[in-house]
Design a binder for this molecule. Structure first.
Ligand SMILES: [Zn+2]
Length: 288
């Protein structure tokens, strides 16, 4: 078994950290979106992390294998990541049955002590399978598809102690809570002062290359906010609606009238173009 450091997701992110650019970690819900994301990566010569939700693994059991086939055959570095895996038995099933490169072991709905203990145990098991591990420190508010909403739990900003605690339980990628939310910020993006760039910068300094940084909650981000987060130390940019909204909008407008094959083709084109634009923004274009 190759050491986890040679893991595909970590190699992609190590190169991004060394080169001061960001890599899109893009959610796909179906084969069309998956295909469009990979086409964008190849046309822009950009690395890419494909993300699937645990709920999608249940809904479309073959999608992970399609993604893994792209990981194997694409002309650029691509890896397959499972986002927000919150159920220990599902995480174990994923490790044992699916060709994934990395998993977000998200125990953030437990209190800190339990979160750390469960994360430590699952991280060890993932590493034994060559799978890299991401974890969320602090608590990012909101909920996404199939993910336990943090509900009335209070959002907690990541503290320096949190950072050390999570590094100690041997994770590879840290997703800090710096004012980012799972959900919509509104048309113009995060309000002035909502994202704590200084906190992100000091977390990055403190980490000093021991782990990599993932940024969650990028819906409605303007380009300059994305760039600023990357400059402040985020290398893995989790994107969902930020890319997919153009695809949703295209389907909303055209699904009733357009023949299916044409709808599929043009929908993929729309998503590919939007993905290419964000690869340019993140600075990953031309880096593969
Ligand atoms: Zn997230």
């Amino acid at each position: 078994m190759a050491p986890v450091r040679e893991n595909r997701t970590l190699r992609i992110l190590d190169a991004a950290a060394a080169g001061n650019y960001g890599v899109l970690a893009a959610i796909a819900y179906n084969i069309e979106q998956l295909t469009a994301l990979v086409r964008a990566a190849e046309s822009r010569r950009s690395p890419l992390i494909i993300q699937l939700f645990p709920s999608t693994l249940r809904q479309l059991p073959t999608l992970a294998f399609a993604a893994a086939q792209y990981v194997k055959t694409a002309a650029v570095p691509i890896s397959l990541h499972i986002d927000h895996a919150q159920d220990a038995s599902h995480i174990r099933e994923i490790m044992q049955t699916l060709p994934v490169d990395s998993i977000m072991v998200d125990m953030s709905h437990y209190d800190q002590t339990e979160n750390l203990e469960k994360t430590r145990k699952l991280a060890k098991e993932c590493h034994d399978c060559g799978i890299a591990v991401e974890a969320e420190s602090g608590r990012i508010n909101g909920g996404e598809d199939g993910i336990a909403d943090t509900g009335d739990l209070e959002a907690l900003f990541t503290t320096p102690e949190d950072v050390e605690d999570f590094i100690k339980v041997d994770i590879d990628i840290l997703a800090p809570s710096i004012g980012n939310i799972h959900g919509d910020y509104g048309l113009t993006g995060p309000a002035e002062g909502q994202l704590h760039y200084d906190r992100l910068e000091s977390i990055n300094k403190q980490i000093n290359n021991r782990v990599l940084i993932a940024l969650h909650g990028t819906n409605d981000f303007p380009e300059d906010v994305m760039k600023r987060c990357i400059r402040s130390g985020a290398t893995k940019l989790n994107v969902n609606k930020l890319l997919l909204e153009v695809w949703n909008e295209f389907y909303r407008k055209n699904a009733a009238a357009m023949p299916l094959v044409k709808l599929i083709d043009q929908g993929m084109d729309v998503l590919q173009k939007e993905t290419e634009r964000w690869m340019d923004v993140c600075g990953s274009s031309g880096k593969a």
